[in-house]
Design a protein around this ligand. Sequence first.
Ligand code: URA
Length: 238
Amino acid sequence: MDKVNSIRLDRAVSQVTDLSRVAVKRAAKQGRITVNHIAITNSATKVLNTDYLCLDGRPLQEAGPRYFILNKPPGYICATKDSNQSSVLDLLEETNKRKLHIAGRLDIDTTGLVLITDDGQWSHRVTSPRYQCEKIYHAQLASAIDSHGVAKFAQGIWLKNDNKRTHPAKLEILLDNAVRITITEGRYHQVKRMFAAIGNRVVKLHRERVGEIILEESLPEGEYRPLTAAEVASVNKP
Ligand code: URA
């Protein structure tokens, strides 16, 4: 059986949220914290690790690993800390965001599907080239592309400063200067560098899909939702 420990309420809450102990004290005074459904206004109160804590009516104990899909707007970086720039994590209204990370980053100007989780093994299966998880992008290009481009991408491309060809990529021509591209790696600026390598330029890039997880059009930019159990399980399929 797990050992029962008692700690101060402010410590217990700040450990599982992004709130400082001062902020927890303020929240408690405002009656926003409940312990076993009773508002506790004194943040020095001792609580047990078996107590049921809520902030603003939301349970603070996490039930298990968390998985989210977010529709990234332009102008947000995919980073957990750092800098004055807005991060996609700022768009999440979740407790204990410190534990979350991004499974496969997008550039600041790229839009679309971002996966966020606290399950490191799961995100490894999404991002590691070993698992060949497909990432599908819609790209708008500066110049028209032809079937030679399709053939080159299918063979794999030598990128500047890399010592290995890219894995074969699928290219579907949608319009003269719009394509759908499928890659199974996540090298730095990979799609932009692949088009640069064949003398073209990506003007706009949007991620539509990762493996079997599809960004639905009904999820507005800047919004997110939890992944379904089937979406989570799809990543672990052989
Ligand atoms: N490839 C890029 O060049 N940029 C992205 O954001 C994602 C893939």
